[in-house]
Design a protein around this ligand. Sequence first.
Ligand SMILES: Nc1nc2c(c(=O)[nH]1)N[C@H]1C(S)=C(S)[C@@H](COP(=O)(O)O)O[C@H]1N2
Ligand SMILES: [Mo]
Length: 411
Amino acid sequence: MISNFHDRRGFLQKSVLAALSVWAGTDIAFADKIPQHYVPLAFDYDPLKDKVAGMKVLGDKPWNVESPIHFLDDAVTPVEKMFIRNNGLIPSEPINPATWTLTINGESVKAPKTYSLADLKKRFTPHTYQLVLECGGNGRSGFEPQTTGNPWDQGAVSCAEWTGVRLKDILADVGLKDDAVYIGYYGKDPHLSQDPTKVAISRGVPIKKALENETLIAWAVNGKDIPLAHGYPLRLVIGGWPASVSGKWLHTIAIRNKEHDGAKMEGHSYRLPIRPVQPGEKLAETPENFRIIESMPVKSLITYPQTGAMFDVTKSLALRGHAWAGDRSVAEVHTSIDYGATWQKANVATPKNRLAWQHWNANINFPKPGYYEVWVRATDSSGASQPMVIPQWNPGGYLNNACHRIAIKAT
Ligand SMILES: Nc1nc2c(c(=O)[nH]1)N[C@H]1C(S)=C(S)[C@@H](COP(=O)(O)O)O[C@H]1N2
Ligand SMILES: [Mo]
């Protein structure tokens, strides 16, 4: 394998030079002088160009960007407000959807098979679903002591409308062996080190989750091409589980006869200790001590009003937001304005489809002017509800689903 930009000796590939001159609309002067491994500015993609102003940038190597919570007020998250989570570099190679392929291989396929993007669109029935993608580390900044990993607040979540074909339809066409237990994805994003022998991330799910109707191989989001930062031209989309299983820039899915062992499947990556640990405790990172995170826990957000809002105490205040619960649905949402002493039941809408978030709203009256906090707490279809405070500390800082709170002032 060679780097996606330079050839084995480190020179810019001819195809890259060709794309560069198309971009520039002219010849590239001194093309032979472009230093080895240098990325021309024309390819220095800035994902913030495709975002609304005010997104929170956690870092640009790799690019990690989250939404302030009040940006998540839309019923369906617009791509301009979707968080970005990258483990490696955004592919800088000019991507040609006409030559892009998806290969299904691995120990548990009868024979490997490769599809062009056009094949996928032509040969299988497209489906559209609203799917919650939430980073397993969303809320990590709430843990004490801080863990390694991006210190997300609560904005590493989205629910957009994805269009593609069902992975199960493709796998039925490929033909699986009886011993298939897991899938693993591979994307085109280079490792941060640019070392072509290293993989930034390659995760997967058990075959049962992979074969659900809502597991899509998607080429569109909210009716348009997927933006480059979110996996153009093809990605896996698996709702309800840590979004790290939704591989971007997808080119291969391996069907495995054992748990997938790609990058970020090991150690404490996207895993929880099997027993409660003390905050800060160091636990040997062996498979016996950790289990892989599967369905995400129940959670809710107040997306309107935003914290800091002022309102007229003589009128009731219309609150709203979303709630979701991994593979389950949300049964109830409650709000409190008295620090959890009493709770009022909110209205909860049914989801657009399985694995979509559910909208809730409540009209609340406030007894007198003053400072208030509004807390929200959702309960899932199994009766589990969100903790009031930070849940069990864990070495990766995953699954903080503590109740969301806003501070507002009645005048
Ligand atoms: N190829 C590839 N796929 C990837 C990642 C990545 O770094 N490379 N990051 C994963 C993680 S950890 C998350 S949370 C989601 C984020 O999806 P988004 O950037 O479209 O919001 O993509 C997942 N898929
Ligand atoms: Mo993530």
